[in-house]
Write a protein that binds this ligand. Structure first.
Ligand code: CMP
Length: 146
């Protein structure tokens, strides 16, 4: 088992992301190998509504906005997006735009799905996020109905 104090900087950066906090050093190392770090300039779309394919994004630094369900949501370091298309195998449900320079870890569905099966704690974290987003939109829909 790799020593936690000797993790390469790439893996070290992931350790501080709550989404990955329960992972063992081996799994963090695997994520760092299957993931790709990508940078986006302020104003640049990261994913576009109706786009097909693509994976999960975990924000390492910076902020991005999502226009969804009639509201703008701001996502910051440690937040993830792109899980809906990845899990459902459907086109992107919304456009996510970098509102300041964004550094993100991207995980392709092809690699990430098997990883989720082996790491249920990460799958549960994703589910919690999806449930939270659904509740938030549901709450607003209910409030606007007579
Ligand atoms: P996906 O559909 O793959 O691409 C757009 C992403 O925006 C979506 O996954 C979610 O990660 C994110 N998203 C969609 N709806 C909401 C919402 N109501 N709140 C926060 N993020 C959302």
């Amino acid at each position: 088992m790799p020593n936690l104090d000797e993790l390469p900087p790439e893996v070290e950066a992931l350790r501080s992301v709550p989404f990955f906090e329960d992972l063992t050093p081996e799994d963090l190392d695997r994520i760092a190998r299957i993931g790709r770090r990508r940078s986006f300039a302020a104003g640049e779309p990261v994913v576009t509504k109706e786009e097909v394919g693509g994976g999960l994004f975990v924000i390492l630094s910076g902020t991005a906005t999502v226009e969804a369900g009639g509201k703008q949501h701001t996502l910051g370091p440690g937040d993830f997006f792109g899980e809906m298309a990845l899990l459902a195998g459907k086109p992107r449900s919304a456009t996510v735009t970098a509102s300041e320079p964004v550094e993100a870890m991207t995980l392709e569905a092809m690699y990430f799905r098997p990883f989720l099966i082996k790491n249920p704690s990460v799958a549960v974290t994703l589910l919690e996020g999806v449930a939270e987003r659904l509740r938030e939109v549901q709450g607003r829909v209910e409030r606007t109905q007579p």
